[in-house]
Design a binder for this molecule. Sequence first.
Ligand code: UD1
Ligand code: MG
Length: 451
Amino acid sequence: MTLALIVLAAGKGTRMNSDLPKVLHPIAGAPMLVHALRAGATLEPAQICVVTGHGADAVEAAALDYDPDIKTARQDAQLGTAHAVAQARAALAGHDGDAIVLYGDTPFIQPETLERMIEARSSADVVVLGFDAADPGRYGRLVMDGEALERIVEFKDAAPEERAITFCNSGVIAADSATLLDLIDAVDNDNAAGEYYLTDIVGIARARGLSATAIACGETETLGVNSRAELAAAEVLFQDRARAMAFEGGVTFYAPGSVYFAYDTVLGRDALIEQNVVFGPGVTVESGAHIRAFSHLEGCHVARGAVVGPYARLRPGAELAEDVRVGNFVEIKNAVLDTGAKVNHLTYVGDADLGAGCNVGAGTVTCNYDGVRKHRTRIGAGAFIGSGTMLVAPVAVGAEAMTASGSVITQDVPDGALALARARQLTKPGLARKLMDMFRSSKEKHNQGTG
Ligand code: UD1
Ligand code: MG
C-alpha cells in the first residue's frame, strides 16, 4: 500500500517570539520539521506534502533541502488544521492509498507508533493517535466508546464532563487519502475558535457510517514545542534519549551528561567518549574508536581504533581510517587520513589526502586557500612532514619523502626525497651577549636621563 505524508507547518508560533519560523528551530542540530519528516520517512511514503504559511520560503527551502522530492503547498491564511490539510489536495492528486497527517512542531513521534497506526487502519477508517495527558490542558479530548472513537472535542468547545477526559488528541491522523479529503470538505468553522478543525472529521466520519478508533502512545512522543522553554526541554529530552540509546549500543562515556549528540550521531559498540565532546550533524564513530575530552566533531567519519583529541576539531569531510591519531589543537577539514596516519599537535589539515602511516609534525599547515579557490595537498604513505611545514597547495609530497622543519613547500616532492625550503642558518659567535650588553647600558642611560 502506498502512503502519503501531510506535514502541517504553516502556523506562526507566536510564543517563540522569533523571526525564525517555529518549525525551523533546531533540536540536536536539525529543524523540528526535519525530525517530523525523518519519523515519517521510515514508512517510505510515496508522497510527502509540507503545508507552509508563515515563513513559507524558508520552511519550503528546509523541506526541499531534506528531500528534493517533497511537495509543498501554501496556506496563505491559517484558517485551521482542516483547512491546512485541504491545501495538500493538489499535491496528493493521483495518490491512491492512505495519508497520515503529522505536525511540523511535534518532533518526537516514533516510527513504530506510526506503523501501529497503519496497522490499526485495517480495522478502522480513521485512526487517531492519542495519549493519556498528565495535564490535559487545552488539548482536544478523545470521546471513546470502548474501542470506537466517537468524536474529538476541542477544549474551547468542550462541556465540563468532556473536559474531564484525559485521553487527548496528539494531532496525528491516518485515513485513506480520498476519504480524508472528502471528510475535510464537510468541515465547517462553526465553533468557538471560528476555525476549520481537522478533528471534526471523526464525528463526520461516524455520522456517515465509517469507523474510527484511537491508539495510544506515551505523552513525550506527542510533545509539541510552542515556546523557547519547551524548545530547551525538547533538546534535553532528545539528548537523554540519544544517551540512553548509546548506552544500549555499548558505548562508554566518562561523563555522559557533558556529551552532546546531533540528531543523526552514530556511535559504534565499544566506542569510548570522554568528557565534553560535541557531535555536530553527520558524525559516525566506529566500534572501538576513542574520542578524547573537549573534541568537536561534525560531518566526519572515525574508523575503528582511531584516537581523536583531546581538544581536536574534525570538520565536514574528515575521513579517519583505522588507527589514525589526531591529537590536541588539530583541525581536520575535507581530508582523508589513511590507516595509521598521525597528526598529533597544533596542525591544520584542510583539503588533503594523507597516506597510510605518514607523520605530520607539530605546527604544520596545509595552505589550501589562495583567497579565491581551495587547493589540495597530497602526502604519500610513510612520509614525514617536519614540524612547522607550510604546504602551499596544490602540492604533493611523495611516499616516504620528508620535509625539513620550517619548510615552505611550494613544489612537489618526489617519493623518498628530502625537501628543505628554508633559509640556511647563520651563526655569529658571541654576538648575543654583546647585543644584550649594549641594550642594557642604553636602557640605563635612558632611565638616568628621565629620572
Ligand atoms: C491541535 C488539535 C488538538 C490537539 C493539539 C495537539 C485541532 C483543531 N486541534 O490543536 O485537538 O490536541 O493540536 O497538539 O486540530 N496549522 C497549520 N495551519 C493552520 C492551523 C494549524 O498549518 O491553519 C499547523 C500548526 O503549524 C501546527 C499544527 O497545525 O503545526 C497544529 O496547530 P495548532 O494551532 O497548534 O493546534 P492546537 O490548537 O494545538
Ligand atoms: Mg498546538
